[in-house]
Design a protein around this ligand. Structure first.
Ligand code: CA
Length: 366
C-alpha cells in the first residue's frame, strides 16, 4: 500500500501528519535517580565496602548517569544493623550486608549467607542461579519490601584465633569466643560463651583476655586486624562460614517501578560485582596467608577431624531448630539441604579429588 493511500484509509489528514512530523524528534530527557546506599561495613573495609563502592560506580557508568548512588558506610547515615529496615521503609533505596544479620526478622534469611558445614561459594552460587536459591531469597525478602541480589562470597573463612589448642570438643567448654550467627549457636551448644563485639573492640578484648578466641573473616582481614599479636594459634577451616555470601538489596517498590532497562543494568552490575568480590577474596587471601606464615610466623593448625565431626553433629541440631521456627525457614532449609546433597556428591569426585591431587604441590611452609 502506498503511503498516501494508507493515510487516506486511516483517515489521517495532512495537518495531523505535519504535526506528527514536527513532534517526532522530541526526545524527553531521561529521568535520573539519586539514591543512597547504606552498608553494614566500616569505611574502606577492603573488598566488602569496596565492593559496594564499586557497585554504585558501575550502576552509574552502565546507566550513563541515570542512576547515581551515594554510598554510606555503617553509622554514617544509619547504624550498621539498621540498613535492612531503612531500605525496607524506603528511607534509602539500596543496602548491603550479609543476610544472616536479619535472622531476628525471619530465620530463613540465614541460609542465604552461611550455614555451618553448608555449601561453599561455588555451591551457593549454583544454588542461587542453577537451583531455587535466588527465587527463595526473593520470596523471603518480598514481605519486607526488598529485592535481594547475591553480593559475592568471602570464600571459606578461617576457623579463628585461639590462645589454647583445641584438641577435643570439650576444649570449647567455658571458652569465651567472638563468633556470630549459627556458628555462635553451635559454640553455645558445645558449652562455650558467645561474646558479640563490634569489629573495633575485638583486638583489645582478645589481647586483654576479655575473650579467649575470635573468628573474623580470612587471612586478608585478619592480618589487618593484627590478631597474630594477640593469639597464638590460627585455626582452619571456617566450618561455621564455609562460603559466606554477601548481599545487595533494593527497595522493592522503587525497583519494581524502574524502567526494565534500568532493572537489567542493576542486575548486571550486581552479578559483575558479585564475581569481582570472590575474585578479590581469593587473590588477596592467598597473598595475606603468605605474609602471615612467612613474615608474622603464625602457627596454623587444623581442627582435628573428631572435633569437626562433633561440631557437625551440633550444627545439624542448630540448623534443624532454626528451620523449625517458620514455614519459610523450613522451606529454604529443605531446598538448601537437597541441593547440597547433590552438588556435594559431585564435588567429591570433582573439586575434592582434584584438590587432593594438587595439594602436595602447595605445602603451607617451605
Ligand atoms: Ca566470620
Amino acid at each position: 500500500m502506498k503511503r498516501r493511500d494508507f493515510l487516506k484509509k486511516a483517515g489521517v489528514g495532512a495537518a495531523a501528519v505535519a504535526a506528527t512530523a514536527v513532534n517526532a524528534p522530541v526526545v524527553r530527557a531521561a529521568k535520573t535517580y539519586n539514591w543512597k546506599m547504606v552498608t553494614t561495613w566500616p569505611p574502606k573495609l577492603p573488598v566488602l565496602q569496596d565492593g559496594c563502592e564499586r557497585l554504585a560506580k558501575r550502576i552509574g557508568e552502565l546507566s550513563d548517569g541515570r542512576i547515581k548512588i551515594q554510598v554510606f558506610a555503617a553509622g554514617e547515615l544509619v547504624p550498621a544493623l539498621e540498613s535492612f529496615q531503612a531500605v525496607s521503609d524506603g528511607t534509602v533505596e539500596v543496602g548491603s550486608g550479609a543476610s544472616y544479620y536479619w535472622a531476628g526478622k525471619e530465620p530463613a534469611t540465614q541460609w542465604f549467607a552461611a550455614v555451618p558445614f553448608g555449601m561453599n561459594a561455588q555451591g551457593m552460587s549454583a544454588w542461587f542461579y542453577g537451583g531455587d536459591g535466588l527465587k527463595l531469597w526473593e520470596e523471603t525478602y518480598a514481605p519486607f519490601n526488598l529485592v535481594p541480589r547475591p553480593g559475592g562470597s568471602t570464600g571459606v573463612q578461617m576457623g579463628g584465633w585461639f590462645n589454647k589448642k583445641i584438641e577435643s570438643i570439650d576444649d570449647f567448654k567455658g571458652l569465651k569466643m567472638r563468633i556470630p550467627g549459627l556458628g555462635g549457636k553451635v559454640l553455645a551448644k558445645a558449652g562455650g560463651t558467645v561474646v558479640l563485639l563490634p569489629g573495633g573492640e575485638i583486638f583489645t578484648s582478645l589481647e586483654r583476655g576479655v575473650i579467649d578466641a575470635t573468628e573474623w573473616v580470612g587471612p586478608l582481614h585478619d592480618l589487618r586486624m593484627g590478631f597474630y599479636e594477640a593469639a597464638k594459634y590460627y585455626y582452619y577451616p571456617g566450618w561455621h562460614e564455609p562460603g559466606t555470601y554477601l548481599e545487595y538489596f533494593f527497595n522493592k517498590k522503587i525497583y519494581d517501578g524502574l524502567p526494565k532497562d534500568l532493572q537489567n543494568i542493576i542486575d548486571a552490575a550486581c552479578t559483575e560485582t558479585e564475581h569481582w568480590v570472590l575474585a578479590q577474596f581469593e587473590a588477596l587471601n592467598g597473598q595475606a596467608l603468605q605474609t602471615l606464615i612467612n613474615e608474622k610466623k603464625v602457627q596454623l593448625l587444623q581442627f582435628p577431624d573428631k572435633v569437626l565431626d562433633d561440631l557437625r553433629k551440633l550444627s545439624d541440631e542448630v540448623v534443624a531448630e532454626e528451620a523449625a521456627k517458620t514455614p519459610m525457614a523450613t522451606k529454604v532449609n529443605k531446598s538448601f539441604k537437597d541441593f547440597q546433597k547433590v552438588v556435594g556428591t559431585w564435588g567429591t569426585i570433582s573439586e575434592k579429588a582434584y584438590y587432593d591431587i594438587i595439594q602436595p604441590k602447595f605445602p603451607l611452609k617451605g
